[in-house]
Design a protein around this ligand. Structure first.
Ligand SMILES: [Zn+2]
Length: 150
């Protein structure tokens, strides 16, 4: 530990390690994802489902105990490109990776997904197939695929 006051101030560092929990809804969401299911919490009074799921409805504040499976087909709502090598090196276009916000019919919110094909041809509003991969380190990655079945 180097504690000095060369310029009239104490210079030192404090190591800060944080561990964030997923929370109750987040933990269930990721446990379901490990089994291949994308789940949303649902409020029957407001007729809304939430993704990422939450424990309370933001409209009526009712506790949400009902969960519904989300169809793995959504609409590309927005996207961005990230330059640089991805950690799993499966992108093309000179290390450029595309990430998309995908929204689902009848669901508030959406998922950020890595686009796995045709990243040069992304268009807002197109239908994409969404799936998930469990990576070697146990992390869940949501992926979107353009033009499935064409
Ligand atoms: Zn509600």
């Amino acid at each position: 530990m180097d504690m000095s006051n060369i310029d009239g101030y104490w210079h030192d560092s404090i190591e800060l390690d944080y561990v964030y929990t997923l929370g109750v809804a987040g933990e269930r969401f990721f446990r379901e994802a490990l089994n291949g299911r994308i789940m949303a919490s649902r409020c029957d009074e407001c007729n809304r489902a939430y993704l990422p799921p939450r424990l309370y409805c933001s409209r009526c504040f009712k506790r949400l105990d009902k969960w519904v499976e989300v169809e793995k087909s959504g609409i590309l709502y927005s996207y961005t490109y990230v330059n640089g090598n991805s950690d799993d090196n499966d992108s093309y276009n000179d290390g450029c990776t595309a990430y998309a916000l995908v929204r689902f019919n009848g669901v508030d919110g959406g998922l950020i997904c890595k686009v796995i094909n045709k990243i040069k041809d992304l268009k807002i509003g197109v239908t994409v197939a969404v799936d998930l991969k469990v990576k070697d380190d146990g992390m869940v990655e949501f992926v979107a695929e353009m033009d499935v079945g064409k």
